[in-house]
Design a protein around this ligand. Structure first.
Ligand SMILES: Nc1nc2c(ncn2[C@@H]2O[C@H](COP(=O)(O)OP(=O)(O)OP(=O)(O)O)[C@@H](O)[C@H]2O)c(=O)[nH]1
Ligand SMILES: [Mg+2]
Length: 370
């Protein structure tokens, strides 16, 4: 992993991800398609080659198609997607991954809109925004909403926004989001922001995927602060009190101090990094630059101490085991013998004719013989 370049001006010097990149890619794409219809069929490059080329050239359309391939639940798409990932993997792992959580309405999308635009326009970074919603069964939904809320960022040529994938038989939301991160990195995105959508499990899932995790909260905490799950605060590398504007400014500072007191007594989410609280206004774009400074400091500190690399290695290991669990689950329940036996076994257990232990043992015996 290359050292994160603290002086992001470097992106500007190297020309940054200019508007040209995407405009050209679109033109490229259409001329390719046009050209192809005149060529003999066998000369048509296989889609994987095409996607790999487009992806490594930073073409947004290739990235979108590659992600669609990853998200597909079709068996042959799965194989093709894995081949593509294998090819681009050497180009991945070079971004900063940031996770954002907070109660609905805390302003996560608005924050990402301001923060993402700042990174693109002021720092010259390429920013990808992904969403994780473990409960999402249908596509569309929250994403459509988010895309409209992140209108400005969605139009920014340096940004890429992707809705939350849905789960399916070839792996859940985690696999798809992690693999999408790899694709974004291969396409040259410098910062990947993952917003948690939905409640419950998503905070832990996202914490396990990112380098830096932030909790966005609202003022007027008081009772809410007391009732807030300590567990979530323990995951956060920083707490940001959002909507610190207008009449809310003073209250936001008070809330910040309260959170900071609590953070002081908690185990830090990242070894050697005491989590602190800050205020910002996503709507009025105040305090946004300061959040980036905190993240930069975090990267410098954790890269120097080795904690950054160590976390990524642990995440890779965790990913391996979650993939194994996924595969075991889908293979077992997808096997013909299990499908055939389960309904009867289920009835036997419900009727009290057989014990759960004995039927599970029989199921696995038959499954492993298959
Ligand atoms: N005054 C003020 N309003 C804000 C600020 N940030 C967000 N809002 C408003 O708060 C509301 C919710 O913001 P969102 O960004 O949609 O919140 P979210 O956390 O993404 O919500 P979900 O996606 O539903 O979980 C919107 O009406 C925003 O305009 C801010 O900094 N100041
Ligand atoms: Mg949102």
């Amino acid at each position: 992993m290359r050292k994160w370049r603290m002086n992001m001006d470097i992106y500007k010097k190297r020309g940054g991800p200019s508007e040209q990149v995407f405009t050209d890619s679109t033109r490229d794409e259409s001329s390719l398609t046009r050209g192809r219809s005149f060529r003999k069929k066998k000369e048509t490059p296989p889609p994987i080659d095409d996607l790999e080329r487009g992806l490594l050239a930073g073409e947004r359309s290739a990235l979108a198609r590659a992600i669609t391939l990853i998200e597909s639940n079709a068996e042959d798409h799965f194989q093709a997607a894995q081949e593509l990932l294998h090819r681009v993997l050497p180009h991945a792992n070079q971004s900063i991954r940031i996770g954002i959580t907070g109660v609905p309405g805390a302003g996560k999308s608005t924050f990402i809109e301001s923060f993402g635009s700042f990174l693109c326009d002021e720092i010259g970074a390429k920013v990808a925004v992904l969403a994780v919603d473990p409960s999402s069964k249908l596509s569309g939904g929250s994403i459509l909403g988010d895309k409209t809320r992140m209108e400005q960022l969605a139009r920014n040529p340096h940004a890429f926004i992707r809705p939350s994938p849905t789960s399916g038989k070839l792996g859940g939301v985690h696999r798809k989001t992690r693999e999408t991160m790899i694709l974004c990195e291969a396409a040259g995105f410098d910062v990947i922001i993952v917003e948690t959508v939905g409640v419950g499990q998503s905070e832990v899932i996202v914490r396990d995927m990112v380098d830096f995790f932030m909790l966005l909260v609202l003022t007027g905490a008081g009772d809410e602060l007391q009732g807030m799950k300590k567990g979530i605060m323990e995951l956060a590398d920083t707490v940001i009190v959002n909507k610190a504007d207008g009449e809310n400014k003073y209250a936001a500072q008070k809330t910040r101090a309260e959170y900071e007191k609590i953070l002081h007594f908690l185990q830090p989410a990242t070894k050697g990094w005491p989590s602190k609280a800050y205020v910002c206004s996503s709507l009025y774009e105040e305090g946004i630059k300061e959040v980036w400074q905190v993240i930069q400091q975090f990267i410098v500190n954790t890269q120097a101490s080795g904690v950054f690399e160590q976390r990524r290695r642990e995440q890779a290991k965790e990913w391996l085991y979650s993939m194994i669990t996924d595969q075991l689950h889908y293979r077992f329940f997808g096997s013909p013998i299990v499908k055939e036996m389960l309904p009867k076994i289920e009835n036997d257990v419900i009727a009290g004719n057989r014990t759960v232990t004995s039927v599970v043992e029989e199921l696995f015996r038959r499954y492993t013989k298959e």
